[in-house]
Ligand binder design. Structure first.
Ligand code: ARG
Length: 463
């Protein structure tokens, strides 16, 4: 461990007493913002390169500082760095260590810079890479979903509204509804890049700086697109944090909906899917149990992810401009959401690779509950020039008759059907065939096999 020998704080000349132990313990952020060390060092290197280019510091000092910063990066990555709560955060811990390594010239690093712009710079870079990491995980999930969908184009199951059997559809089509959700998540996260690409560095504490700095230089060096426009807004703004937390929340909400659906389908009442032993756990008392704990984990974690969004919204509510200590909590909140979401995405991918449909049960369930009633109504409209409402009435009477006689629609004879609609012929019987029903939904976005195949090709091109 490298010990910090000179243990005076940066403000030690002005503030005569040591910060109270309690405040040192709770007021610092080093325990979580040390995660920003790489971004902080990258930002500082770009900053001193700019200071040198603008002739604000000398070549020698610039090189010394960069040498020191790289050494620190190495120490931290090898766990050889002693973080000290006395220096509050990652920025001061690094600056302090830099002065131990290169001496007083380390002091030039903070010319034309404040921790206020420094921290947002680090944070934006970090959130940007987290965004791209999440995008990657989403791609993986889309691929896994597509793999199951492709194998189940003709697997017929009931679709539900109000959790009551509604119309027959393809299991593949159902799964691809999730792909749409994840594609929207991808778009939502990637849309955030626009504000993440605005470079805060150089706005200093809140008003800008009198030094002749070049914000376009650091913008380019750090991979941003433009410098931010207003120094006060820049140090106060955490909208990009909210955008990220909101994107995490929506994505996690999607995961929870899928998880819940899989829990229902796996329940003994439904039995539509089987979970492999890899993704279930047992009971301590009931030897027969195989519980979908992992799916419940996914459903539950959404609560914490929402909580993080609401914490940040609440911190920002009514906060005057510009910087306040309140804002320091943003990082812990974001890290928590990131870690939870990444875990959930990994788990969901594993789950998707460990489920199998019970095709027989799916078909059985689709055969109960008069799922082809709408098909019959459509048939009456198309063949007997009835309005849809007239056809609906007649079909309802046929369903009532079937229910009363404890028959499925396909079990009714043509004689029975004709009692309600005399114009019917044997031709009508084809509408009761589930496969026919699914395949007839050829409107764009519908569940016909043809549509599904086309969509699979489209999704494959996207990833
Ligand atoms: N650790 C601080 C934070 O994350 C850095 C900014 C400190 N600025 C200040 N004026 N105290 O918010």
């Amino acid at each position: 461990m490298v010990k910090n020998k000179n243990n005076k704080t940066i403000w030690g000349t002005r503030i005569k007493k040591n910060t109270s132990n309690l405040f040192q313990k709770i007021g610092g952020s080093i325990n979580f913002d040390k995660r920003l060390y790489k971004e902080d060092i990258t930002g500082s290197i770009a900053h001193v390169e700019m200071l040198f280019k603008q002739k604000i510091i000398s070549f020698k000092i610039k090189n010394k500082i960069i040498y020191g910063l790289n050494k620190i990066k190495n120490e931290i990555s090898k766990n050889k760095f002693e973080f000290n709560t006395k220096y509050e955060d990652i920025h001061m811990n690094i600056e302090k260590r830099l002065s131990q390594i290169i001496g007083t010239e380390a002091g030039f690093i903070h010319t034309a810079r404040s921790r206020n712009d420094q921290v947002i710079t680090d944070f934006k870079i970090w959130i940007k890479s987290s965004t791209l990491e999440i995008d990657n995980y989403l791609n993986k999930i889309i691929k896994s979903t597509l793999k199951i969908a492709e194998k189940n184009i003709e697997t017929i199951m009931p679709g539900f509204t109000h959790l009551k059997n509604a119309q027959a559809l393809s299991f593949g089509h159902y799964l691809m509804a999730y792909i749409e959700m994840f594609n929207r998540d991808k778009r939502r996260f990637l849309n955030n890049l626009e504000s993440l690409n605005e470079n805060p560095l150089g706005v200093s504490a809140l008003t800008g700086t009198s030094f002749n700095i070049d914000r376009y230089f650091t913008t380019k060096k750090l991979g941003f697109k433009n410098p931010t426009n207003n120094s006060i807004d820049t140090v106060s703004d955490r909208d990009f944090v909210l955008d990220y937390l909101y994107s995490c929340s929506v994505c996690s909400m999607h995961i929870s909906r899928i998880a819940e659906e899989l829990i229902i389908w796996n329940s003994d009442g439904f039995g539509l899917i089987k979970l492999s032993d890899k993704i279930v756990t047992g009971s301590s008392i009931m030897p027969q149990k195989k519980n979908p704990d992992l799916l419940e984990y996914l459903r539950g974690k959404t609560g914490s992810i929402y909580g993080n969004l609401f914490s940040m919204l609440t911190i920002l509510k009514g906060l005057p401009l510009s910087y306040f200590k309140d804002l320091q909590d943003d990082k812990e909140i974001v890290f928590k959401s990131n870690d939870l979401l990444v875990n959930c995405l990994k788990i969901l991918d594993e789950i998707l690779n460990n489920i199998s449909p019970n095709k027989k049960k799916m078909l059985e369930l689709a055969s109960s509950g008069y799922l082809t009633a709408t098909d019959l109504a459509d048939y009456l409209v198309k063949n007997f020039s009835l309005s849809f409402r007239e056809a609906y009435e007649k079909t309802a009477s046929i369903v009532n008759f079937a229910e009363k006689n404890k028959k499925k629609l396909e079990e009714l004879t043509i004689v029975e059907l004709r009692k309600i609609e005399p114009k019917l012929t044997d031709d009508v019987l084809k509408v009761f065939d589930l496969k026919n029903s699914v395949n007839s939904k050829k409107s764009y976005g519908g569940t016909s096999f043809e549509n599904i195949k086309k969509m699979i090709v489209k999704y494959k091109k996207q990833i």
